[in-house]
Design a binder for this molecule. Sequence first.
Ligand SMILES: Cc1cc2nc3c(=O)[nH]c(=O)nc-3n(C[C@H](O)[C@H](O)[C@H](O)COP(=O)(O)OP(=O)(O)OC[C@H]3O[C@@H](n4cnc5c(N)ncnc54)[C@H](O)[C@@H]3O)c2cc1C
Length: 640
Amino acid sequence: MAQLDSKIPAGPLAEKWRRHKTEIKLVNPANKRKYEIIVVGAGLAGASAAATLAELGYKVKSFVFHDSPRRAHSIAAQGGINAAKNYQNDGDSVHRLFYDTLKGGDYRSREANVHRLAEVSVNIIDQCVAQGVPFAREYGGLLANRSFGGAQVSRTFYARGQTGQQLLLGAYSALSRMIGAGGVEMHTNSEMLDLVVVGGHAKGIIVRNLLTGAIETYAADAVILATGGYGNVFNLSTYARGSNVTASWRAYKRGACFANPCYTQIHPTCIPVSGDYQSKLTLMSESLRNDGRIWAPKKKEDAKKDPNSIPEADRDYYLERMYPSFGNLAPRDIASRAAKRVCDEGRGVGETGLGVYLDFADAIKRLGEAGVRERYGNLFDIYHEITAESAYQVPMRIFPAVHYTMGGLWVDYNLMSNVPGLFVLGEANFSDHGANRLGASALMQGLADGYFVIPYTIGDYLAGQKPGSRPSVDAPEFKAAAENIRGMTERFLQIKGKEPVSHYHKRLGKILWEHCGMARTRASLTEALKLIPALREEFWANVTVPGSADTLNQSLEQAGRVADFLELGELLCLDALTREESCGGHFREEFQYPDGECKRDDVNFAHVAAWEFQGAGKAPLRNIEPLNYEFTKMSVRNYK
Ligand SMILES: Cc1cc2nc3c(=O)[nH]c(=O)nc-3n(C[C@H](O)[C@H](O)[C@H](O)COP(=O)(O)OP(=O)(O)OC[C@H]3O[C@@H](n4cnc5c(N)ncnc54)[C@H](O)[C@@H]3O)c2cc1C
């Protein structure tokens, strides 16, 4: 059974991080040069970590499967990044950001982690401004803010609808500086396919060079995974098409626990699915809910009518009606379920009936079209490109879609997994968002982890490792792991079945969306747990992977990623089945209040479920980390 020591420091909540930093072990500057650290991933979490660790003097090797760190999925983030600066003087504080995030996560995250996140949020903005990130500013030159879901203050910093891109350019500049200075050795087009564990510690990785097909081995004193989220297990999602679970999943199979895999976030404002051949879905940023009003027709028979012809009296602004305090800025899980209910009642709009309206008519009256264009122009352009409709003239059609994964590899307060020497940052870990992430808090967490947490905490581990003691890549563990990957690659090529990899990805996605999506039941999950192993068996017997292993082969890359999704999908359903309560994005229909809200079971489920691999074909072990609320009272979330 895995040892899950969260290492939460003792003492008052607001003092824990400060004290911890002064008490954990340090590595002296001369010794830092002797340690090598592998960082896999260079999105916001990985690039900020690699740059900062190299600035500190560690030798860093950075790996990405993309052809440039600038292609990381972080670039897609639109809406903004939270920070408790209280520039608006509207009552914000570190405590309020902490409280909103903890409550937003439906009391399924650690108090100490979330408080640290809120504390560090203010440093992130200063750091990024110093790097030149062009955050939006008020007329007088001060940084501007807008509101995001689950908060009654304006604390979201933004750069139009391109916040992720601008933040990534900042982190990429910092990374490039250290590549130029020789502190970071950059490996692009390099996909990590295995973790190497020596003497119980993470000491290296196996990589496939995606251009030449060469299987390469790299050793280090510690390994950091910042490889993003696994929402593409559902096939259709708002993620970049390349996002995958492979690095985390292979680490899981080497002993790292996978925590709360069933906590997936479904975002309420995405462009609805339009056909079977679609490869991804597109987000319409939550920031649009600052000014757009969500509604559906009151009467079923109006669902197919031109929305502009439906009189005000026949429109149901259901979020404003159901949640008057938060209105259109109700958190994502709540807004998504409300949209589903409206569509289940037959009031959904668009060709498929799976859509509701996001309407800017009032905002245009108030701000003028130019005012709306200035705030959201690029989002309206994206919408127009995809639907050929102008949202200045007709309301946008939106529907919930898979968007983020709160689950991920288990980490302690130092962001170290239960495998010593393996650290996990950003969306790849499970740490701070509980069962539901609030908008604009993923960028905050990724940059907190990379710029401000790992630079302190990794020293605590490295100080216990003798400088120069890292194993050589000639060690048997490296050879065995590399051989294993070569064997797997060959196996894919030899199947020579009839269906392409995408066929199985699509079918897996459909099973998960229908049986373990916005609503889950014991019956649907039990069914999914039969369907997924059968699909996996079919995949291994009938998939076709053309080409060879010694060159660029995207089908081969996809095969490995989908093979991992086919295993993760099963764990996701098992986790959802075992968690017999509803919380945040995990909605079990059996556990709800009469008004349809989530019914948590704090007596039996106020814990993290951290799954431990027990070997192929064996049931994984469910470990538990209890969540203790010392400073806050767990209450029923209320946004009314
Ligand atoms: C459309 C969209 C909009 C969003 N908008 C916002 C927003 O406004 N505010 C907010 O807070 N959050 C937002 N999010 C969420 C946020 O963008 C992500 O959670 C965050 O950017 C993830 O950052 P990351 O560094 O953890 O991972 P990523 O940016 O996904 O980076 C992963 C990195 O790992 C590398 N990698 C992965 N696997 C391997 C492997 N096996 N081998 C080698 N390299 C590997 C990739 O090459 C990449 O460099 C949005 C998400 C989406 C989908």
